[in-house]
Design a protein around this ligand. Structure first.
Ligand SMILES: CC(C)(COP(=O)(O)OP(=O)(O)OC[C@H]1O[C@@H](n2cnc3c(N)ncnc32)[C@H](O)[C@@H]1OP(=O)(O)O)[C@@H](O)C(=O)NCCC(=O)NCCS
Length: 186
């Protein structure tokens, strides 16, 4: 398995994985193990790859088997959910620092092909994504829908993230979680 920062030539493989586990196209039998909800245009994905250097991928041979997205709040501010999160940031602190768009960034969605779940691929890509941002930001922030218990278990038990708060948006209940970017795998 190879873990790397994605380039534009990885886009097709990323999109295939994204479509398989997106809430609008996931199969009913896969849905209980989690799904992704963020929609991207081609231009947004290109900016995420080229300007933010924000997609970490795991490949098995030529196949993209996992991705983790991460970018500045400025990038994410095109989505209403992230505007809501940006507004909530200053209400909360992490490690003694008030959260802000300057000292934090947003990670997610993350997706692991179901054939590779519970194999350590999740932890590996999580920490690789974190390491890719450590020189830019001290704090990583993410959100998890409360109806995705597998993702919450992965992010609080397999890797170390703390729950900062819960919030509602568009009739959905979410956790907001944070961690320092300079942490290493346990
Ligand atoms: C979320 C995701 C990235 C986690 O990766 P993963 O490889 O499944 O994670 P792991 O299996 O290592 O860890 C998850 C843990 O949750 C446990 N778990 C599984 N189903 C669960 C459930 N319904 N409720 C609570 N815990 C659950 C697992 O047993 C596992 O712990 P264990 O290995 O000690 O048994 C992956 O499941 C995925 O891609 N899901 C679809 C997309 C998604 O939901 N992305 C996150 C939202 S953006």
């Amino acid at each position: 398995m190879e873990i790397k920062i994605a380039g534009m030539n990885d886009l097709e493989g990323i999109l295939a994985l994204h479509k398989r586990y997106h809430v609008t196209s996931i199969s009913p039998e896969d849905k209980p193990d989690g799904f992704v909800t963020t929609n991207f245009t081609q231009e947004q994905l290109q900016a995420l790859i080229e300007q933010e250097r924000g997609i970490t991928i795991a490949k098995d041979g030529d196949t993209v088997i996992a991705y983790a997205m991460a970018a500045s709040w400025q990038f994410w501010s095109a989505w209403p959910l992230f505007i809501h999160m940006i507004q909530k940031l200053p209400e909360h602190s992490f490690n003694g620092q008030a959260l802000s768009v300057e000292n934090s960034y947003q990670y997610g969605p993350i997706c692991v092909d179901k054939l590779y779940r519970s194999t350590g691929v999740f932890d590996a890509i999580f920490y690789a994504s974190l390491a890719s941002m450590v020189h830019r930001y001290p704090i990583m922030i993410t959100f998890i829908n409360k109806i995705n218990p597998r993702s919450y278990a992965a992010h609080t038990k397999k890797v170390t993230m703390d729950t900062v708060c819960t919030f509602q948006f568009n009739n959905n209940d979410y956790y907001m979680l944070a961690c320092p970017t300079n942490q290493k795998p346990a």
